[in-house]
Design a protein around this ligand. Structure first.
Ligand SMILES: [Zn+2]
Length: 881
């Protein structure tokens, strides 16, 4: 039988639940293969619902042991049950207690959804629909209940027993080797925020005092031996708690906040109320095994999950279409946190690079969807860059449009008005309308329309009249299911630069609403005239990337060079360097495809030299400005008939040209900016390290006599993971002398550290060159490769499919085939990991004719498989649409 596509769930079909579940009392008797779950639900019929209306509860692979209603066993004709559903045909009264006993097998749960066992530790993942794998329930976010959870397990296997909320009591179970803990969460919550953990874990305690002087116990639980790797995560948590009080006025609301790190986890981390469960890569760090980027990620993810306590937990989503309500807002909040902790421009550039690399291609391909989708087949596939990162951009624009004060007024009302509720994007926006007296109906289109708007720009200067005219138009290219679009509200931060690099101020402007330095596009076309402009300005548009749009503007190279050197907006200065490099890389790619040699233009190469030699530029910003657009970015810019080999060659040409021309300065910078003394992950030191490594990246291909030795020495003498990994990447990706020795050295140093070994697999999977495919195949049987561990699978396969364009899209189709085979194999165990890997085909239609045909036949082959999971079936259907 061919796997069925799950039925479409549509926003317009939303109906409130006919029953409420007000209280849940769970007793979970843990056992590796036979865990018994006794759930007592206090159920109430909604006021406007007819008596006798059936109660239909969700299940997934459940087996029912006993069912009682108000203490009486329910007769067989009173209900029907299957692994996926429990229906009580005619509940007798307006409110009643339902006691459901089910049995589950945590050890056999390879999907890692619901209750499962990872390295001997029991843990749960219930978002989006995992709770129904624990007991029959109204598993939807608008059913909010108060949970009391009793966890029972053997004392020796599971000395630690955790659940949501506050610990009420714990003790031994008489006459057995088991004990129990009773947890109570006073805050009503949807089932997706339920969590339970039991195992033999080490506890790292700390304490936080809230603004209103409440003491909160903080704990991080990790595998024994990892206690020393939690200090950065703990420090990040305390700074997050303080920052949320200072900036958003939000205090923590339980006596305890627990974090548990587990090594088998489908996602990054999960914000369960009072009991966050983390992929251990976002908790554990020391200089020996974690890079600066890892430290920054830990800080951001710890903050993100903590911030959910208000944006997601206290106020949750009415239905899964509103996922961006909690995710977009919380990503915005964690971005702001990082900006305050570190460098705002560096954070902005980093986020925009991520958006352009992950979200823009999604928005331009077959998997495009609005920030708030209106239909889905499998909700697990909507934890996307569009919902998260574009969702955050929409919140950022709201702040830009309303101003800081207006934004915070609206948000304060949102926290007041909707605390304890499951709500919608409409309700969220209404809070800003009510507090600012403004109409946001046009702004709301950002949640409804898929695709990245393109803003086209043309300008002219009239020296006689001293006027500068600007013509702006917007359009969203067609995306699946959306042929036409309406004009969006687009806030464009801008500056008109005079010859001295300072912003000029026009005496007046017409044709658009301007507030401060923001042009507010509201129509599909604006003709704008600035008067009193004394000399020809250079336009700096979309400063700080004030809207998630593409700008289509014909720049003279001289203007870009001017902006690259002089723009006082750091983001646009970086953008100008990128645009120059991009123009040149696209040109070089074309030249190479025509079989010509070509050479990078001196004007572009010299801009990189100017950046390198600018003494006033912050090292972290300099490192970013010296980073060439990625192969994926270039492919996206080219848009169609893409040849990844030509792109790789063009990028290499430009890199070598820069390296050869400035080898002296690069070598000096690599040495000068390498921090000395004890390692510190702070932004300033990390920025210097980034610049040192960026300079070394160029120097490695400088053709100087000592380049290879210099690279090897940096790798072999590195005293921290950031430098070691940077060195390893150069040696392996540039196939330099010592490549194999470096991999061996790294392996012997880190073979016992799982997170460090993920990097070892990743480096080899992302190496360009024909040998990589064979390497990956041999790594499948490496003793440290574990196909059941999501982090390891992502390190080897996801990084190959998304970070090795020339080998994934090999002209012989072998790269596609390798990924397809892996998808099919993983799909049997863990559909979420498989379907995520499958999304790496999302840009297949942009490839050249040969690769496109190969991708299509590979995708058809996957599609013809009879037993695909719902998750993978959904992605394959949409990818082929
Ligand atoms: Zn989140």
């Amino acid at each position: 039988m061919r796997s069925e596509t799950a039925p479409a769930i549509r926003l317009e079909d939303y109906q409130p639940p006919v029953y409420r579940i007000e209280k849940v009392h769970l007793t979970v008797k843990l056992d590796p293969a036979e865990t018994e779950v006794v759930a007592t639900l206090s159920v109430a019929r909604q006021a406007d619902v007819q008596a006798g209306t059936p109660l239909v509860l969700d299940g997934d692979e459940l087996s029912l042991r006993e069912l009682k209603l108000n203490g009486e066993v329910l007769p067989d004709d009173g209900y029907t049950v299957s692994p996926g559903k429990l229906e009580i045909h005619a509940p007798p009264s307006k409110s009643f207690d339902l006691k459901i006993t089910t049995q589950i097998n945590p050890e056999a749960n390879t999907k890692l959804m619901g209750l499962y066992r990872s390295s001997g530790t029991y843990c749960t993942q219930c978002e989006a629909e995992g709770f129904r794998r624990i007991t029959y329930f109204l598993d939807r976010p608008d059913v909010l209940a108060i949970y009391t959870t009793r966890v029972e397990a053997p004392k020796t296997d599971c000395p630690v027993l955790l659940a949501n909320g506050n610990l009420m009591e714990k003790g031994d179970i008489d006459g057995t080797d088991r004990h129990y803990a009773l947890w109570h969460d006073p805050h009503p919550k949807p089932a997706y925020l339920f969590a339970l953990v039991a195992g033999n874990l080490a506890q790292v305690p700390n304490r936080f005092t809230t603004a209103s002087d409440k003491k909160v116990d903080l704990n991080i639980y990790v595998e024994h031996g990892n206690e020393g790797l939690c200090s950065w995560a703990m420090d990040s948590l305390k700074r997050s708690m303080k920052w949320d009080e200072d900036v958003f006025g939000r205090e923590y609301d339980l006596d305890v906040f627990n974090i548990v790190a587990v090594s088998d986890f489908n996602m990054g981390a999960m914000e369960n109320k009072g009991l966050n469960i983390f992929n251990d890569k976002y908790v554990l760090a020391d200089p020996e095994t974690a890079t600066d980027q890892d430290y920054a990620n830990i800080e951001a993810v710890i903050a993100h999950e903590y911030f959910h306590n208000w944006t997601g937990n206290r106020i949750t989503c009415r239905d899964w279409f509103q996922l961006c309500l909690k995710e977009g807002l919380t990503v915005f909040r964690d971005q702001e946190f990082t900006s305050d902790m570190r460098s705002r421009p560096v954070k902005r550039i980093t986020d925009v690079r991520l958006l352009k690399t992950h979200q823009f291609p999604e928005d331009a391909g077959p998997l495009a969807h609005p920030v708030r989708p209106r239909v889905y087949h499998e909700i697990n596939n909507f934890y996307t860059a569009t919902v998260y990162e574009k969702g955050a951009e929409v919140v950022r624009m709201l702040k830009t449009v309303l101003g800081d004060e207006g934004f915070h007024r609206g948000l304060d009302l949102y926290f007041d008005r909707h605390d304890g509720e499951a709500t919608t994007i409409e309700a969220f926006l209404t809070c800003f309308e009510d507090t600012n007296g403004t109409d946001l109906s046009q702004f709301a289109l950002w949640y409804e329309q898929a695709g990245t708007p393109v803003v086209s720009v043309a300008s002219a200067y009239d020296a006689d009249r001293q006027t500068y005219s600007l013509s702006l138009s917007q359009e969203i290219p067609p995306v699946p299911g959306q042929r036409s679009s309406k004009p969006a509200v687009i806030p464009l931060r801008f500056g008109l630069l005079g010859p001295d690099g300072k912003d000029m101020h026009a005496t007046s402007a017409s044709g658009i609403n301007i507030s401060g330095d923001v042009l507010l596009m509201e129509k599909s076309r604006h003709e704008i005239t600035f008067s009193g402009v004394s000399s020809q300005p250079v336009l700096s548009l979309l400063r700080a990337f004030s809207a998630p749009v593409r700008i289509d503007q014909k720049f003279a190279t001289a203007d870009l060079q001017f902006l690259a050197a002089r723009d006082n907006d750091p983001f646009n200065r970086w953008q100008a360097v990128q645009s120059l490099a991009m123009q040149e890389l696209v040109r070089l790619t074309g030249t190479i495809r025509h079989g010509e040699l070509g050479a990078p233009a001196d004007g572009v190469v010299s801009v990189f030299g100017a950046v390198l030699n600018d003494q006033n530029l912050d090292p972290a910003l300099k490192a970013l400005a010296l980073t060439l657009p990625s192969e994926a970015d270039i492919a996206q810019e080219i848009g169609k008939n893409v040849d990844p080999d030509a792109i790789l060659a063009a990028r290499k040409q430009l890199r070598q040209a820069i390296a050869r021309q400035f080898h002296g300065a690069l070598r000096a910078a690599a040495l000068e900016f390498a921090p000395r003394g004890d390692y510190s992950p702070d932004a300033e030191t990390a920025g210097k390290r980034a610049l040192s490594n960026r300079a070394a990246y160029y120097y490695a291909v400088s053709n100087t006599e000592d380049a290879a030795q210099f690279t090897w020495d940096r790798f072999s003498s590195a005293d921290n993971m950031t430098d070691r990994l940077a060195g390893l990447m150069l040696l392996v990706h540039d196939h330099m002398p010592g490549e194999t020795a470096a991999l061996d050295l790294y392996l012997s140093r880190h073979e016992k550290t799982s997170l460090a070994m993920d990097k070892w697999f990743m480096v080899q999977a992302t190496a360009p060159g024909d040998g990589t495919l064979a390497t990956i195949k041999s790594l499948f049987s490496h003793p440290l490769y574990d196909a059941t561990n999501p982090n390891r699978v992502r390190a080897l396969l996801q990084s190959f499919a998304t970070g090795n364009a020339t080998q994934f899209a090999r002209p012989d189709g072998a790269g596609f085939e390798l990924v397809a085979e892996s998808v099919l194999e993983i799909d049997k165990r863990n559909p979420q990991v498989a379907s995520r890997l499958l999304t790496s085909f999302r840009s297949w239609r942009a490839l050249d004719a040969n690769r496109c045909a190969l991708a299509e036949s590979t995708l058809m082959k996957i599609s013809s498989c009879e037993d695909l999971s719902r998750d993978s079936r959904d992605i394959i259907d949409r990818t082929l649409q």
